[in-house]
Design a protein. Structure first.
Length: 631
């Protein structure tokens, strides 16, 4: 029944309980991983660096004590360290046991095999620096949960604008909007233009729903640009550091002054130049501030017994430092037109007391609702952009997921207020036939291909999609080869070695058809995707050892579906891994993941999988039949 709406307070209390479940599940998984998982596995999973070489320690421009560390293993393991994540140091004792140091630190930034870590300024770093066989591992992220619980509590108790938005998002009440004649933007298509107009007219909320390849970022950048003609400053957030980097970079390219709170995941001069830390250092008053801070440290370390004036001197210096800091901040914040940070990062003390007219949340369909409420309390209207038919938020607790923790704020508003949503309908990435299946299944057949990509292909008369069915291969009973999945390690997932070999063989054959010179001349790039991490690592190893691919290595990347979020390649191969007699497909039942995987390809998509296992599911059956009909 339409009218029986759940009270927002009850729904939020329910959500808080589910978040508590998720918190416990993640904490427990972390405890197990810390206590039971061997060091090699942690290193392999990208959650630890060992052995470490310690570099210098110094105070950074934000007056944090930081230490440089270097990863000694040059393995090509992709690690999970990034700005803001909590870490802990450990050493390996003579009995080969892991011993943790009793303090937590946090990542300031990572650049390849070098990481800068902010540590508490209480003398504990000395212990680490004086020890051999030291490593560092990710620590349980307590802070993010604290921020999310805090945000939910505030929303439940909320007054004024916050309570208005809360009640609005949870009801079918119409969102308010201004009315004015549509503006015309010459370099946007019709639906993109409509989306920007809807954003400008919205008093409360608007949603830009961007299927793969439809130029969601372009549209969002334009919407921010136009909003800044009417407002002095806006807040732009996203779930991950990577998504914040991406949108920040595009805004900077559009000539907008962006202040990025937190450090980027790609450490290059362009990205660093708009970070708060760099700007702070570059301020003319910074040298004076640095000198005062140094004086404070010197005073503290050389404190003489019975120095009556010590406290006076210290207080005076501290006041002076604070005054300068406030002045520098005020200037940096007043110059910036866009403040950009992660959702959790919006709780940063630098933003205390700041209010904004508009908040833009990019990749909103990947964020937990609780995380979205963190910045919402600072603003009077919210613009969400994303695609709830692509990757959902990551949730560890199966029970919490089943009970609805995975339902995002964006999804909730799309259901309650279809009138605030604009679906972008023109895609610029894929050959028509690759796109068509996704458009039919996920977007009610509304997405169209731009004429310039509609027929794009690498070879003449090429079929853009193919499915290599591994169940077709017969092997003698006594042979070692089998296209059945196997299980590795309890939390590491599944692997299908024969399918991995076949995947690279299929790529090799396709490369031979195109010809080496052309691949290199045209820089045709390839993505090899598997939903399972074990399969990804196995594929990477195989690729590394295959002589044939040596000249093309820089053009081929192998990753999980999540690792390809927002990216595209000329050629995509997907190794589905699952092959069993029961027709079990595990988390491949989450079709949004598959939507991401199949829509990364511009011109050629090759799927490898056991059709007899996969096609018991209606989606994969339909996909298999669709591809079959193309050939």
């Amino acid at each position: 029944m339409e009218n029986q709406q759940v009270s927002p307070i009850l729904a939020l209390q329910q959500q808080r309980l589910l978040l508590q479940m998720e918190y416990q599940a993640e904490k427990e998984a972390f405890r197990k991983q810390t206590e039971e998982m061997g060091l090699q596995r942690k290193v392999k999973r990208g959650d630890a660096w060992y052995p470490l070489k310690m570099g210098r320690s110094y105070y950074n421009s934000l007056n944090q004590l930081v230490v440089e560390v270097f990863r000694q293993d040059d393995e090509e393991i992709e690690h999970n360290f990034e700005f803001g994540r909590p870490v802990t140091f450990f050493r390996i004792d003579e009995n080969n046991q892991i011993k943790y140091f009793n303090f937590t630190a946090s990542v300031s930034y990572v650049d390849g095999d070098r990481m800068v870590i902010a540590v508490p300024d209480n003398g504990k770093l000395i212990d680490v620096q004086g020890t051999e066989h030291v490593g560092v591992q990710l620590f349980f992220d307590e802070t993010s949960y604290k921020m999310m619980f805090d945000a939910l509590d505030r929303v439940m108790k909320g007054k004024g604008r916050l309570s208005y938005l809360r009640d609005l998002f949870y009801s079918h009440q119409k969102a308010e909007s201004f009315s004015f004649a549509p503006l015309h933007f010459p370099y946007l298509n019709a639906t993109q233009e409509e989306a920007v107009n809807k954003v400008l007219r919205a008093k409360d909320v608007a949603i830009v729903h961007g299927p793969p390849g439809t130029g969601k970022t372009t549209t969002l950048v334009e919407a921010v640009y136009e909003t800044l003609r009417r407002e002095n400053q806006v807040l732009v957030c996203a779930q991950s550091n990577m998504a914040v980097d991406w949108i920040s970079e595009k805004l900077v390219d559009r000539g907008i002054n962006v202040l990025r709170i937190g450090n980027p995941t790609r450490v290059n001069d362009k990205m660093l130049s708009f970070t708060y830390e760099r700007r702070f250092e570059a301020h003319p008053d910074y040298e004076l501030l640095w000198a005062i801070r140094k004086a404070i440290r010197d005073l503290r370390s050389h404190r003489k017994r019975g120095d009556a004036k010590y406290h006076q001197k210290l207080e005076r210096l501290k006041e002076r430092a604070t005054e300068l800091e406030v002045r520098i901040n005020a200037q940096l914040f007043s110059e910036a037109r866009v403040i950009a940070c992660t959702l959790v990062g919006s709780a940063n003390r630098l933003l205390e007391g700041q209010k904004f007219g508009t908040l833009f949340i990019d990749e909103a369909a990947q964020a937990l609702e609780a995380a979205c409420w963190i910045p919402i309390r600072r603003v009077s209207r919210v613009i969400l952009a994303g695609d709830h038919c692509q990757l959902p938020p990551t949730i560890k607790s199966y029970a919490a997921l089943k009970a609805g923790l995975g339902k995002t704020l964006m999804e909730r508003i799309v259901e309650n207020k279809p009138e605030v949503v604009t679906l972008l309908k023109m895609q610029y990435r894929m050959n028509e036939e690759i796109m068509r299946f996704s458009s039919d299944w996920f977007y009610g057949n509304q997405v169209e291909s731009a004429p310039e990509v509609k027929y794009r292909s690498i070879l003449d008369l090429d079929i853009p999609m193919s499915w290599i069915d591994t169940s077709q291969f017969e092997f003698p009973e006594d042979s070692d080869i089998s296209f059945k999945e196997t299980f590795v390690g309890e939390s590491f997932g599944r692997i299908n070695k024969a399918e991995a070999e076949l995947t690279l063989l299929a790529l090799e054959q396709y490369f031979e058809k195109i010809g080496k010179a052309r691949i290199l001349d045209e820089r045709l790039d390839v993505g090899v995707i598997s939903p399972y991490r074990a399969q990804v690592q196995y594929l990477r190893r195989l690729l590394k050892n295959k002589e044939f691919f040596k000249p093309f290595r820089h053009l081929i990347s192998v990753n999980t579906v999540d690792g390809f979020q927002g990216q595209e390649r000329d050629i995509i191969l997907i190794s589905l891994v699952r092959a069993n007699d029961e027709g079990q497909i595990g988390f491949l039942r989450d079709l949004r993941r598959m939507n991401v995987a199949i829509t990364r390809a511009r011109m050629k998509l090759i799927i490898l999988g056991d059709a007899s296992t996969m096609t018991r599911h209606p989606f994969y059956k339909k996909l298999y039949e669709y591809i079959d009909a193309l050939s």
